[in-house]
Design a protein. Sequence first.
Length: 309
Amino acid sequence: MPIKVQSNLPAIKVLESENIFVMPDEVALKQDIRPLKILILNLMPTKITTETQLLRLLGNSPLQVDIELLQTASHVSKNTSSQHLNTFYKTFDEVRDQTFDGMIITGAPVEQLEFEQVDYWDELCTIMEWSKKNVYSTFHICWGAQAGLYYHYGVPKHQLREKLSGIYSHNVLDPHHCLMRGFDDTFQIPHSRYTGVQLGDIRRLSPLDVLAVSEKAGPAVICSKTGRQVFVTGHAEYDRDTLASEYFRDLNRGIKPHVPYNYFPGDDPSRVPPMVWRSNATLLYTNWLNYFVYQATPYDLNDLGKYSY
């Protein structure tokens, strides 16, 4: 089934070349079904790239998904044109009276700042508080996961000794949990961050379940018992070359990064990295859409306030 987006979104051409079913507004209006309404709060600097990565995964489910893109009004993007943002994105004031089946809060390259030092932190807190009554299930990614765990549950983030970058193996702790259905005992996804959360801090919180953990990367998939909060500390949505782009960018900046772990064949940055996490990423997002959005959200989104958070 398709994802529904504005007809001229740049990601459409890329997705259609990959046989991802994308439905323009004018076609979707003729269908007599209620699509899932998904809000994507895109905090990444390379917004068009992130849009394409997330839409690729959301478009692989058998469900029709209506996408709304959201930006923060309190931060000026330096890497995405104002024309693109004004055309395809809304601000919180424009959606605050709406309700959504699901929301995705992306990562952001601000993890070395204290949460309160981030220029849009107050706005993000307002959005996360609003989500409790206006969104059924929220999927948090990387720094977005750290921010959500801190805001909702008081989980601190911790500075790592060096940047965690690479493809890491994870163990599934609860194979019968809806979010982990269909996963092998171990699976791989990328991580790219300077900070992390600790397993002990999360396990002390009864509302949260740790579903997957990595020996090297720490807790990776965390879910509230209600299913209304999902936290993924890695970047399952990343493309094959995303970590390579970050590595060469850091090299050019004089940061002298380590070669991403378990990424380039033979740790040789001149070689093409194998794509070994796409099926895991697709399954993760499909399970979230199916079990925590499609099957759980009330048909009338005005009834969201009746459900426990």
